[in-house]
Design a protein around this ligand. Structure first.
Ligand code: GRF
Length: 189
């Protein structure tokens, strides 16, 4: 079993964390969520993880953030990292310690609609403003730049006429929950 850490965001619901954890529990992905990493103790995702009995650690950004993160990951024996709602750039020392072993999911078809500031509803608003006929999600490798690593898997859906960003988000998140475990299964095979 590969030991993975899932990094969650301050505003995240943790729904991708749940999808990954469930797929691992069902034996569909040869991995185990060894650690859930957050930046704040009161995020929904961290609270859910605690209730689910998953090991959690909150590492608050600031002085020595990279070394503190690395310490927590090493102590837990983490081998791969999945970012799920984590909005920061990972510190360089963490990326160097996990070469080609960090994944992220983005709620659009990269390279479109990615980069700094493109998260949450901003992404779906941009897709609609661009008049795109389709959207979806992208699971990709993480580099030192936002949303630029090689894609692993994309799942697509049509953009419906007159749809709101919220409606599009609700359809894309369903794809995300299929795409993330499937991408993880592929890279671990
Ligand atoms: C997802 O839409 C993901 O694409 C983005 O952040 C959101 C996290 O949602 N990176 P959740 O916390 O997994 O529900």
């Amino acid at each position: 079993m590969v030991q993975i850490a899932v990094f969650v965001g301050t505003r995240g619901r943790g729904s991708n964390l749940r999808a990954i954890h469930d797929a691992c529990s069902r034996g569909e992905v040869p991995a185990r969520v060894t650690l859930v990493v957050g930046t704040r103790p009161d995020s929904g995702a961290i609270e859910w993880a605690r209730e689910a009995g998953l090991p959690t650690v909150v590492v608050e950004p600031g002085d020595g953030y990279g070394p503190r993160l690395l310490d927590a990951l090493k102590q837990a024996g983490v081998e791969w990292i999945c970012l799920a709602g984590y909005l920061r750039l990972l510190p360089a020392e963490v990326l160097q310690a996990f070469p080609n072993k960090v994944l992220n999911i983005h709620p659009a078809l990269l390279p479109k609609h990615g980069g700094k500031g493109m998260y949450g509803m901003h992404v779906h608003e941009a897709v609609l403003a661009a008049g795109d006929e389709e959207s979806g999600c992208t699971v990709h490798y993480v580099t030192e730049r936002y949303d630029e690593g090689a894609p692993i898997l994309q799942m697509r859906c049509p953009v419906l006429p007159g749809e709101t960003p919220e409606a599009l988000a609700a359809r894309v998140i369903v794809l995300e929950h299929q795409a993330y475990p499937e991408a993880l299964r592929r890279v671990l095979q």
